[in-house]
Design a protein around this ligand. Sequence first.
Ligand code: ZN
Length: 243
Amino acid sequence: MHTTALVLFSGGQDSTTCLAHALARYERVETLGFDYGQRHRIELDVRPRVLDAVRARFPAWAPRLGEDHLLTLDVLAQLGGSSLTEDIAFAMQADGLPNTFVPGRNLLFLTLAGALAYRRGLQVVVTGVCETDYSGYPDCRDDTMKAMQLALSLGLDRRLVIETPLMWIDKAATWRLAGSLGGPALVDLIVEETHTCYEGDRTHRHAWGWGCGRCPACGLRAAGWQRYAEAGAAGAAGESSSL
Ligand code: ZN
């Protein structure tokens, strides 16, 4: 029986939903973010605001939410070549991946999360990777996660579970999951406080939240919201009652 978890928390929709998943399930939850030279600091600015909002608006979860950790990973920007860390335009690469792909990023994140979980005595690492409605990053795939779980458990000589609550659901179902975990208050918090946009835009407010509305991350978030909103509250209620 696992009681403690470390959530990879970027301040976006997916990782905030994962945080709620962990808070609903585990007695002690800590969070981990990375400063890897993102082009936009907005992600790092949003993280503590989301955590404060969760503490303020979900009194049952607040006592479970422990320390937040931020690790610096300059090495990713040193590797270069990604539009996430350099001022180059978004484009598709010849291999079919968007140039937002930072090779090895999630592998490094998970390795460091495993090391921190070891130090902090946390049993489960929760990450919002998804193979259903995603940009095709190979380090988000289920097989990659299972291989990392095995590698870390062996390399640390301690059983470490990598949990991926969003792996097999699309973005509309991610909104529904938030609704079933924390009701409309959590959906509102995610819309208003989280950040997903690759362009770091916090000036345009849409029904689904803040963002440029044009980049691939905004596109996924907006399309998911659209399908979620069309299905209406009936779908969310159905999911809640089935839990
Ligand atoms: Zn955007």
